[in-house]
Every structure is written in C-alpha cells, then in structure tokens.
Design a protein around this ligand. Sequence first.
Ligand SMILES: [Zn+2]
Length: 130
Amino acid sequence: MQTNSTEPSESSADTAHDIVFQCPHCRTTLKLDRATAGTTLKCESCQQLIRVPRSRSAKKISSKTEPTDQEPMADLEHRLKENESQRTEITGYINQHNIQLHRWQLQLQTLNERKQQLEVELASRKTWLG
Ligand SMILES: [Zn+2]
C-alpha cells in the first residue's frame, strides 16, 4: 500500500526515517514507514484504527506560514475532500427533507382548509337545527 503522491521532498535527508509514535488506544510505541504518514491503519498491538501522524521533521519553511497548526498541505487537502463529500451528503439530506417538508406543509394546508369547510358546514347545520 503506497500512498506516495507527488510529495515535494526537498529535504532528501529524512525521507528514510520511520515515524515513531504512540498508539492513542493502547499506548504502544509504534514504528512505521514514512510512507504511511497521514493514513489510517490498524495498530499492530490492539487492532484499533489509528491515524498515522505526519512526521514533525517535515517542517517546511516556505513563503506561506500557516497559523499555529502545522498540518501539511496534503493532509489539509484530504480533509477538505472529506469535508466536501460530507457536505454533499448533508446537502442531499436537507434537499430530501425540504421536499418532504414541502409535502407535509401542503398536506397540512389541505387539512386546514378542510377543517374550515367542515366547521362552516357544521355551524350552518347547527343554525338550521337550532
Ligand atoms: Zn494500539
């Protein structure tokens, strides 16, 4: 499984380094290949899904200085994509429910009109009888 997109690797020095981090579930220290950075995989120890952090050494001093959060671009792009697909999903739900809501509103309107008719009718009968 290789998630090697065209990564701007200007620093040829630390490409060989593994990523060492702690599993958030079982606290086992894991050593993983750099290629897995930013991906989600199973912890060898507890089998839980964990997200492999990007190595800190990949700090790039470029023209852009991102605010406090030092997430690499690829990760942000990935998150943006995820966000976008969720947006589409939710928008779909809203549309569906809007249609349903509109139907209900029409139905309610019909019922209201019917209610008025019936009330008028009932009132007129009462007057006839009374
Ligand atoms: Zn674990």
